[in-house]
Design a protein around this ligand. Sequence first.
Ligand SMILES: [Zn+2]
Ligand SMILES: [Zn+2]
Length: 250
Amino acid sequence: MFATTIASQLYDAALALVYPQACAVCGASVDSRHDGVACETCWNATRLFTEDDTLCWKCGAFTAATVSQNRRERVRCGKCDDLAFNGARACGFYEGALRASILELKRQPQVGRRLARFMFAAMQREPLNSADLIISVPLHPSRERERGFNQAALLAHELARLSHLPLDDHSVVRRVHTERHRAGMDSVARRKSVAGVFAVRHPDSVAGRRVLLIDDVFTTGATVSSCAAVLKDAGAEEVFVLTLARPERY
Ligand SMILES: [Zn+2]
Ligand SMILES: [Zn+2]
């Protein structure tokens, strides 16, 4: 897989010299291939979370409140008490360059350097920075065959490479095929739809670990919560979640 990725990256680089790529958001030309499918201007206009943002300490929901650094751990949105993970963070809102990159990642198995750096920066912040094992949310095998790859696994690989944390891409399996973003589903319906979807094949590999679970988008948190629940049942000490984006602006 790595040889294929490198070959395709070289091919893209050569191609970009001949045919400059148009930004997927605004149509201007993309000057650096590290920016992926969006141009510098669109990246700068995309809202990404920083250490200065006040987020729900548990689920990472954005709040407009300004809370001093030493009180951040007490901030809660009030909607995430039932979710099984210990803490979740996204790089930013599902919009602009981030949205275009996520859509592209479903089509092309390549993680742009800029995207990887944002994710790496997010995983170095509290509370995610205490994780000691990286696991991606698995796709159902039939979905993965259809697409040819799992975009969450690509992100997890990239983060393991950057952080030098171990990657476990075999312990968690997806047993049931679900529609991940079915329209009209409220949070209860989503939670029901993902109950029993995941299983841990090798509990010994996750027991006592502080897992960083990787997915592309955090919607209601039902999917990652269901995955976190089986990891905890298997003995994981804590489960954190990192995604590229979350959709809502509060
Ligand atoms: Zn643009
Ligand atoms: Zn919350």
